[in-house]
Design a protein around this ligand. Structure first.
Ligand code: SAH
Ligand code: DHB
Ligand code: MG
Length: 218
């Protein structure tokens, strides 16, 4: 069972349980027209993010890595009308495309796109968050999770995308900064007494990958 069947099953799942969704489809089309890479979460993964945020009752969300705002829209839709999502994006072109997509989805009132490298814009943020979605440069994931832990309350949820990357996470000798960052993140989570964490492998239209799910205990 490999990629073709994963694609077909993803289409089957999304066809039944996700689509059609004009705002999300328009966001992906605008992203493609603007030349952005199609590295957004899959539709069923976006819906998973939305469901987790709803189950959790998240009111304040911080996202790392906006791209065209696809995952942003899924997460922001889970917020109450007075909720807030801040999303961090290093590339000004990506941020412009995302702002257009977020506005077209009717979510501009609760989403703020902060342009700049996350490590530069994080110091401008105050307070705690209910949920973090970390999906930017994987090399900095340990730093992002440490920052998140310092801006959490007991019960805060942290989701980290792309922690498996086709199994490359197993390569202890890798010099790929993404793999090094991901392995360091896994060790950090294993040794961090303030959290309960797991990682789940996924297959689908986006290949073989996985995500980490973390709850801050104290
Ligand atoms: N979350 C998006 C996909 C994000 S792709 C979705 O699922 O729809 C990763 C994004 O992170 C890219 O847009 C890239 O420009 C951005 N990025 C890379 N390095 C970054 C950094 N240091 N700070 C903020 N964003 C960064
Ligand atoms: C890449 C980044 C992602 O966040 C993702 O989900 C898939 C691929 C990438 O940089 O290649
Ligand atoms: Mg990702």
């Amino acid at each position: 069972m490999t990629q073709p069947v994963w694609n077909d099953v993803d289409d089957y799942i999304s066809g039944l349980l996700v689509g059609p969704d004009e705002a999300l489809e328009n966001a992906l089309a605008a992203s493609d027209r603007a030349g952005l890479p199609q590295i957004n979460v899959a539709p069923n993964h976006g819906k998973l993010l939305n469901l987790i945020a709803r189950i959790h009752g998240a009111r304040r969300i911080l996202e790392f890595g906006t791209l065209a705002g696809y995952s942003t829209i899924w997460l922001a839709r889970a917020l109450p009308a007075d909720g807030e999502l801040i999303t961090l994006e290093a590339d000004p072109h990506h941020a412009e495309v995302a702002k257009g997509n977020i506005a077209a989805a009717g979510l501009a009132d609760r989403v703020e796109v902060k342009v700049g490298k996350a490590l530069d814009t994080l110091p401008t943020l105050d307070g705690t968050f209910d949920l973090f979605f970390i999906d930017a440069d994987k090399a900095n994931n340990p730093a992002y999770v440490r920052w998140a832990l310092d801006h959490s309350r007991p019960g805060t949820v942290i989701i980290v995308d792309n922690v498996v990357r086709g199994g490359r996470v197993l390569d202890a000798d890798s010099t790929d900064p993404s793999v090094v960052g991901t392995r360091e993140l896994a060790t950090l989570l294993a040794n961090e007494p303030r959290v309960s964490a797991t990682m789940v492998q996924t297959v689908g239209g986006k290949g073989y990958d996985g995500f980490a799910l973390v709850v801050v205990d104290s």
